[in-house]
Structure formats: structure tokens, C-alpha cells
Design a protein around this ligand. Structure first.
Ligand code: ATP
Ligand code: MG
Length: 576
């Protein structure tokens, strides 16, 4: 590609919403431009990199037995109503009515459509397993699009779906996809960790998340130092807390806490610490039944863990009216005493159960109660009460006795054993050997292509710009002629030689100052740079510089193409 004939609009101007390095560098290097909030245009250099990622993903999927397909990106809303996800996806899914008044959705993912295909096309166990995937745009009206293409509204996803007659068969394909994902991230040159993740309705070890450890990530990686355990924050299981102190014997005592409906406000008023507070969260399930979660004041409820305990059912914070009706008080004044018996189900976190006692809401406006003792003033175990792990892990927690550590990361891919959730609801069924009708077991496997690109940059850059892994770099080599005559001519020759040798090369044939060209080559992050300068050319040499190294080396002009092709090959093999 010739720089003069393409559009790589490098710039020093970084918009104020570009908070993280990859976002800033993608704009500065002219890879992308913002069209609207969470919507980006890929310009030629950005597109080349995205295509290379896509090709790696496609090759690895095909190698692992996946078959490429393409579903429409507009789906009938009806399918989503049937699985209940029309409701679950909420405002994140965009919906519109067509000219005939039919409702459609913009696909945020495609389990429904694949289950629908299966329901029509699969009839016998003899057809199974099937493993299909697509690479297509997805739309999610993210609440907070940010970090450029890391969390955008429209993005390119590879999503795969598999259909099986037995759990063993599902497991086999799941592991093949798991291995293929490792290959993909290795080939793309992004560092990653594999985390245990929440599996939805299957439970157990049914999901893994592939995450790039990195400061600007929005996910939390929870791990043990010896590497024996790594999970995302939604999943990370905590050892039950031991009760350290004796339970207090003082009687409960009501205290006036006017307008103090938050933990901080109550603590200030009572002179206590958040860890001495008992937080009572009133949730409601789909049917409007009350679910109570009790955690220590300094802990956060983990809704995934709660949902798992409810067999995959999602709950949400009860409305102000529901809370008022159930507790007799406004939001912020609930306490477990007297409420547990009335609730549909109650979950007490291990750490809250282990407290010697603490302050809780009084179920009365503007009042709290001190000296509430778990097990004495509210039950820890009964027909509808259970003590369990329902909170997010924090510093100091352990897993199997080992200290849990935390770091941030970017989720780039996730694999799931879906089980029969979608196949049951959409009747994606098969007849088994005995002629018995059964729902297919399904797996699903997603990867964000734009996210891979941004996380590759996020983990490979310096003050001069991007340092691409060569496999996904927009160009493998760049030729920078400095001078208009002999230098330009030598540059042209080298360019055509390298193209003939199959090197993906950019010729910077712009009429620009040397400093500009050299800076742009670094900013764009091309792994190999050949500079054709007047002084070295007079001696029959050109300069070669790797983006990953600070030193130049001189090579003979006539050997330049061969040597460049060789180094490109070595970089690709990982031998350089
Ligand atoms: P997140 O928790 O970050 O919102 P998710 O778990 O909802 O992501 P999945 O449904 O698992 O995402 O989608 C599969 C992959 O698609 C993700 O691993 C990620 O790489 C990519 N992806 C999801 N949402 C976005 C987005 N808004 N922008 C870019 N890529 C995304
Ligand atoms: Mg995910």
C-alpha cells in the first residue's frame, strides 16, 4: 500500500473521551474514527489489522471443526420473547418495528436464532454433534460505551454454537473450543489468563472467560499466587468465614437515626464501622416474591451467586413501594429481625453469619437497632433461610485456604456450556437411539474481534506509539525514503521486491518531512522499518530498525528485500 493513496490520518489531537492508551493510539495512528457514541469507523490501516484478527479466528475455528455460517443481524423479537431474554436484555437490546408493524431486534448475540435453526433442521441423534459459528456485527446499546472499541455499541463478534446428544459430547467440543481460543490469543500476541466464570443455568464448571490482564480492564481477575485458582469476580468462591469473636450478649437497642438510610450515614451517626453493620437487601423475583440477602456492611452482594442459589433465577432490587409494604419502612431502614419468616427465601452471607453482632435497620423509618446477633435475633438456617457465599471476594479472603489476589483485566472471549436452556424453550430437539425426544445440549463460544485489537495495543505500546505483534499489525514492514530522487527510486524498487516476496508492506511515498514520516511509522507500530536515507544510500546501504528495538542496523541495498522478508518471517515464527 502506498501512503499517498490511502487514508491513514495520524494526528496529535486526542479527543477528551479517549481515556486509555489503546483508544488514544487507535485515534492518533489513524486506525479508527468515532461516528457517534460507541460507534466507530475502521479506516484502511485499522481495517487491515481487524481483518488479520478475523482470519486467525476463522482459521482456528475451522481447524477445530467449526463450520462458518452467517445469520441475519436483525432477528424477529418473538424468538427472544420465547426464551425470556427479551426481558432479560432490557434496554441493552435495540428493538424496532418494521413497516408491517412486526417487532424486530438488532442481534446482541444469537443463541435464539441458532436454536431456531436447530429446531427446524435437527431431528436425530445421528446428526449430532454440529458446531457452527459466524463472524458478524452485534449491536448492544451499552449503558456506558467507552474506551473506544473496547466497549462500543456495534462490534464484530465471532459467536459459535454447538449441538449435542450427551454431556460428554458437549464437553469434548467445549474443550476443543477452549483449546482453539488459546491458539487464537497466542497467535494474536495478546497475553491472557483463563478464568472460571459463571455458567448460567448449567452451574458447575460450565464456563470459562479469556481475559487480558491490564490496568484499564473493567473486569476483576481473582486468583491465588500459586496459579492454582483464577476466576472472575462474579464466580470467585470464598472460604466460609469462621466466627472469631464470641457473640455479644447485650440486648438489641433501638437508636434514632434520622434520615440515615445509607451505611456511611448510619456509621457516622452511631460511630460504628461498616464492618459492624448488617446490610439487608430486599430483592424481588420475577413473580414479585421477596428474596432477602444479608451481607456485612462493608461487603457487596454478588447477584450472580445469588442467582445461582435460586437455580439461575434473576432477582432485582425491590421497588420502593414493595420495600415499604414488606418492611414497613422506607429504603435504607430494613433489618433481618422479624423479616426472615415473611420472605420467600433468605440468604445470609457466611461473613454476616460469623459476626458477633451488629447494627441493622429497625424496619421503622429513621431508626436502627444495635446489638443484633446473627442466629439469635434472626435465623441462619431454616426452611426458607440459608447461609451461603453470596458476596464479592475482597482483600483478605481465601479460597481453599489460599489468599486471594486481585487484578484488572479485559474480557476478550468466553465459552459456555448452555445446557438445554435455549433448546427447551425453542424446541431444538432430537430423537435418541430409543426414539425418545430430547432437547439438544448446546454450547456457545464468543470472541470480540475489536476487543482483541484494542487489548493487543493496550498491552503493546510505548511513548512513541503502538508496538504491534506482527501477526495482526496493519503492515509487516514500512519503507521510509528520505529524499526525493535516488532515495525515492530505491524505495520504489524495494517496495516492489517486497511485495513480490509476499511481505505486507507500506511505502511512505508522501512528500513529508523525515521526522514526520519516522514518527508516523513508530506511531503506527509497523514491526520492521526500512529507512532509505541519503548518507547511507551513498554507501549502498539502507537502515533497518525493528519497532521492538532501539538500535538501527545497516544492510546492503541489494540484500535489503531478502533480509527484510527473512526478518518478517522470523518475527512471524516467533524465532526473532
Ligand atoms: P461484558 O461483560 O464486557 O459486557 P459480555 O460478557 O456481555 O461482555 P459476551 O456476551 O460474553 O460479552 O460476548 C462475547 C464477547 O464479545 C466478549 O468476550 C467480548 O470480547 C465481546 N464484547 C461484548 N460486548 C462488547 C462491546 N460492547 N464492545 C466490544 N466487544 C464486546
Ligand atoms: Mg462474557
Amino acid at each position: 500500500m502506498r501512503y499517498s493513496q490511502t487514508l491513514i490520518p495520524t494526528t496529535r489531537e486526542v479527543p477528551s473521551d479517549a481515556e486509555i492508551p489503546s483508544h488514544q493510539l487507535m485515534i492518533r495512528a489513524g486506525l479508527i474514527r468515532k461516528i457517534a457514541s460507541g460507534m466507530y469507523a475502521y479506516l484502511p490501516a485499522g481495517m487491515k489489522s481487524l481483518r488479520k484478527i478475523e482470519e486467525i479466528v476463522r482459521e482456528e475455528m475451522n481447524r477445530a471443526g467449526g463450520c462458518e455460517t452467517l445469520m441475519p443481524s436483525v432477528h424477529p423479537r418473538e424468538l427472544w420473547v420465547q426464551t425470556g431474554r427479551d426481558e432479560d436484555y432490557g434496554e441493552t437490546m435495540a428493538r424496532f418495528q418494521d413497516r408491517h408493524g412486526r417487532w424486530n431486534v438488532l442481534s446482541p448475540t444469537a443463541e435464539e436464532v441458532y436454536a431456531y435453526i436447530g429446531s427446524n433442521e435437527i431431528s436425530s441423534y445421528k446428526q449430532l454433534p454440529i458446531n457452527m459459528y459466524q463472524i458478524s456485527f452485534k449491536f448492544r446499546d451499552e449503558f456506558r460505551p467507552r474506551f473506544g472499541v473496547l466497549r462500543s455499541r456495534e462490534f464484530l463478534m465471532k459467536d459459535g454454537y454447538s449441538y449435542h446428544a450427551s454431556p460428554e459430547c458437549l464437553h469434548k467440543t467445549y474443550m476443543q473450543m477452549y483449546e482453539a481460543y488459546k491458539q487464537i490469543f497466542e497467535r494474536c500476541g495478546v497475553p491472557y489468563v483463563i478464568l472460571e466464570a459463571e455458567a448460567g443455568e448449567m452451574g458447575g464448571s460450565g464456563s470459562h472467560q479469556f481475559t487480558v490482564p491490564c490496568e484499564s480492564g473493567e473486569d476483576v481477575i481473582v486468583y491465588t499466587e500459586d496459579g492454582s485458582y483464577a476466576a472472575n469476580i462474579e464466580k470467585a468462591a470464598i472460604d466460609p468465614a469462621e466466627a472469631v469473636d464470641e457473640k455479644i450478649t447485650d440486648a438489641p437497642e433501638e437508636v434514632h437515626t434520622p434520615n440515615a438510610g445509607s451505611i456511611e450515614a448510619v456509621c457516622e451517626m452511631l460511630g460504628t464501622k461498616p464492618e459492624q453493620m448488617i446490610k439487608t437487601l430486599i430483592h424481588s423475583d420475577r413473580e414479585g416474591r421477596i428474596i432477602i440477602a444479608v451481607v456485612r456492611g462493608d461487603h457487596e452482594l454478588n447477584e450472580e451467586k445469588l442467582s445461582q442459589l435460586l437455580g439461575g433465577e434473576k432477582t432485582e432490587m425491590a421497588s420502593e413501594e414493595q420495600i415499604k409494604e414488606f418492611t414497613g419502612a422506607s429504603v435504607g431502614f430494613a433489618g433481618p429481625q422479624g423479616l426472615c419468616e415473611k420472605a420467600h427465601q433468605v440468604f445470609i452471607d457466611y461473613s454476616a453469619a460469623a459476626m458477633s453482632g451488629g447494627a441493622a435497620g429497625a424496619n421503622k423509618d429513621d431508626f436502627h437497632v444495635k446489638n443484633i446477633v446473627p442466629g439469635r435475633d434472626f435465623p441462619l438456617e431454616s426452611e426458607n433461610v440459608q447461609t451461603a457465599d453470596i458476596r464479592n471476594a475482597v482483600e483478605g479472603d481465601t479460597h481453599n485456604g489460599k489468599k486471594l489476589l486481585f487484578r484488572k483485566g479485559i474480557e476478550v472471549g468466553q465459552v459456555f456450556k448452555l445446557g438445554t436452556k435455549y433448546s427447551t424453550k425453542l424446541e431444538c430437539e432430537f430423537l435418541d437411539e430409543n426414539g425418545k425426544r430430547k432437547p439438544c445440549l448446546m454450547g456457545c463460544y464468543g470472541i470480540g474481534l475489536n476487543r482483541i485489537m484494542a487489548s493487543a495495543i493496550e498491552t503493546n505500546y510505548d511513548e512513541s506509539g503502538i508496538k504491534w505483534p506482527i501477526s495482526i499489525a496493519p503492515f509487516e514492514a514500512v519503507i521510509v525514503p528520505i529524499g526525493k530522487k535516488d532515495e525515492a527510486e530505491a524505495g520504489e524498487r524495494l517496495y516492489s521486491e517486497l511485495k513480490d516476496m509476499g511481505v505486507d508492506v507500506l511505502l511512505d511515498d508522501r512528500n513529508a518531512r523525515p521526522g514526520v514520516k519516522l514518527n508516523d511509522a513508530d506511531l503506527l507500530g509497523v514491526p520492521v522499518r526500512i529507512t532509505v536515507g541519503r548518507k547511507s544510500l551513498a554507501e549502498g546501504n539502507v537502515e533497518m530498525k525493528l519497532r521492538s528495538e532501539s538500535e538501527n542496523s545497516l544492510i546492503k541495498l541489494e540484500e535489503a528485500a531478502g533480509k527484510t522478508a527473512e526478518i518478517v518471517k522470523k518475527l512471524k515464527d516467533g524465532t526473532q
